[in-house]
Design a protein around this ligand. Sequence first.
Ligand code: COA
Length: 260
Amino acid sequence: MPACLRFEPMTDHIHCGIRDGVNCLRFNRPQKKNALTQEMYSALAAAIVAGEQSNAVGAHLFLGSSGTFTAGNDLADFAGLDAVPAPDAPVLAFLEALISARKPLVAAVDGLAVGIGTTLLLHCDLVYASPSASLRTPFVDLGLVPEAASSLLLPSRCGHAVAFELLCLGNALSAERALAVGLINEIVPAGQLEDKAMAAATILTRKPRQALLNSRRLLRGDTDLVRARMREEFTLFAEHLRSDEAQQAISAFMNKRPKP
Ligand code: COA
């Protein structure tokens, strides 16, 4: 970890710290491949909202751990009917915070980025990835549908063919392919990845603030459309989560069985 990035734990699994005007948010649950729990979503949402409100913060930066950005939503949370996401679910607060953010979002992706680990990148303005980065959204294989407005943002960014391949066929995208289709900005050796992302985020914090925020708002387009699609997906996702096909696929993963 670069010397400039020393964090205070916000929870055991999310570490946050403001450095040089950058709100650094680290997924820190490596023993579970940084799979995101409800508690982690709540902590992330709170940290983004706090960073948005602080004049000391000019940009946000997402970081994972060595070899893993995040394996996506914790599937144990999905493993029972009682766990169907409610309208006030922490994941919704996290997605709202992403969509409502006015300050730039930057990500450093080393290794695996599964599910929301990939779809959150669509809300980021700069994404740096190591050569081992692998982006995957196996929603359909899990009996689920896309989330985080990815069914809108991915085809508009990369076209239908790439979006369908990723969201429906479930193929993984290598770092090189992700660069070629415009999902990431640059491939950076793993040892330099966090310094590179931090340097870019720091540059953004030093730009004329209002000019940067307005330029970003113009570039990102209509957030109401993005929010509406995210909510439509969320309703459908919750319905699918109750289905036999989803419960069987999730149970197979949790019990280390091949997918049905
Ligand atoms: N939710 C809950 N636990 C997860 C997880 C997830 N999304 N991803 C990984 N883990 C856990 C594993 O259960 C395992 O726990 P254990 O050591 O207690 O058995 C640990 O993290 C290590 O994972 P493992 O599968 O052994 O590592 P791997 O390197 O062989 O494979 C992945 C890594 C990410 C390819 C694989 O874990 C995976 O497919 N995870 C599910 C990804 C997913 O479908 N995410 C949800 C998208 S909506």
